[in-house]
Design a binder for this molecule. Structure first.
Ligand SMILES: NC(=O)c1ccc[n+]([C@@H]2O[C@H](COP(=O)([O-])OP(=O)(O)OC[C@H]3O[C@@H](n4cnc5c(N)ncnc54)[C@H](O)[C@@H]3O)[C@@H](O)[C@H]2O)c1
Ligand SMILES: Cc1c(CN(C)C(=O)CCc2cnc3c(c2)CCC(=O)N3)oc2ccccc12
Length: 261
């Protein structure tokens, strides 16, 4: 009997089998959760439908978080399949390409800032708010994915770092707003992983190599490792944890790199 048996969890952000959300879905499925999925863009409906089928699910809903109407409709549609929701996984991030490469100020614009914060930060509390009617009174858990660039300067992460800082603050404000309703809100700060969101990032392989050399565990993390911690955070085993950002990064964020003798 898995520790998520009987739990119903909506997973956003599965785009490929390298997605962090794919690792999260697999871990939650292994622990007995019943899953539903969202996708962006009709062209991905079938692909996400195949991923859903892999995890015994037929619930696949369109949801481009740039539109409040799509967030509302996704939860209205979900309510036709399930009379309640126990978990929400927010695994969504985007900024215009010029905002996550090169000089911070060169890539800074009002529009790029707006898009990065809209898609990568606003969408988490927005989805939690829309999920509330289905999550009320079930001791549920909402979870988002963040990155070290929120807390410290990671070269090139730039405007995404500002959006992730806002996202991490939203974890604390959501925990405070949802706690009295019995719902927990947390984040996982994952180490760099070669996903589609990471493809096209300049020198990403250099980042992976640097982590491998400096992280206490002397290696990078996998979507399975992030998935297992996510499954734990979504479960009643983490009933006492809310408003927390947990690093799943082989310990990298705990070390000032390059200081060893
Ligand atoms: N890969 C890494 O190194 C890393 C490290 C730490 C945190 N993260 C975070 O993990 C999360 C998942 O990214 P990933 O690395 O699995 O890459 P990914 O490309 O597999 O997933 C990103 C997801 O964001 C979704 N998305 C983008 N714009 C959207 C929109 N308007 N509406 C709804 N969904 C939208 C995409 O559809 C995709 O499923 C992101 O928040 C990312 O910032 C990634
Ligand atoms: C790690 C790391 C990542 C992975 N990560 C934590 C991320 O959060 C990636 C998020 C992301 C957001 N927006 C876009 C893209 C990726 C690529 C495609 C696109 O057009 N826009 O991205 C970096 C960018 C610069 C430096 C390090 C990193």
């Amino acid at each position: 009997m898995g520790f998520l048996a009987g739990k119903r969890i909506l997973v956003t952000g599965v785009l490929s089998n390298r997605s962090i959300a794919y690792g999260i879905a697999r871990a939650c499925h292994q622990q007995g959760a019943e899953l539903a999925f969202t996708y962006v863009g009709d062209r991905f409906k079938d692909r996400v439908g195949e991923f859903a089928a892999e995890f015994g699910s037929k619930i696949v809903l369109p949801c481009d978080v740039a539109e409040d109407s799509q967030i509302e409709e996704a939860f209205a549609e979900l309510g036709k399949h399930w009379d309640g929701l126990d978990g929400l996984v927010h695994s969504i991030g985007f900024a215009p390409r010029e905002a996550i490469a090169g000089n911070f100020l060169d890539g800074l614009s009002r529009e790029a800032f707006r898009i990065a914060h809209d898609i990568s930060a606003y969408s988490f509390p927005a989805m939690a708010k829309a999920a509330l009617p289905l999550m009320q009174g079930r001791n549920g858990s909402v979870l988002t994915l963040t990155y070290l660039g929120a807390e410290r300067v990671v070269p090139n992460y730039n405007t995404m770092g500002l959006a992730k800082a806002s996202l991490e603050a939203s974890v604390r404000y959501l925990a405070t707003a949802l706690g009295p309703l019995g719902i927990r809100a947390n984040g996982i700060s994952a180490g760099p992983i070669k996903t589609l969101a990471a493809s096209g990032i300049k020198d990403f392989s250099a980042i992976l190599k640097f982590v491998e050399a400096q992280a206490p565990l002397r290696r990078n993390v996998t979507i399975e490792e992030v998935g297992n911690v996510a499954a734990f955070m979504l479960s009643d085993l983490a009933a006492g944890v809310t408003g927390e950002i947990t690093h799943v990064d082989a310990g990298f964020s705990t070390v000032v790199p390059g200081m060893e003798g």
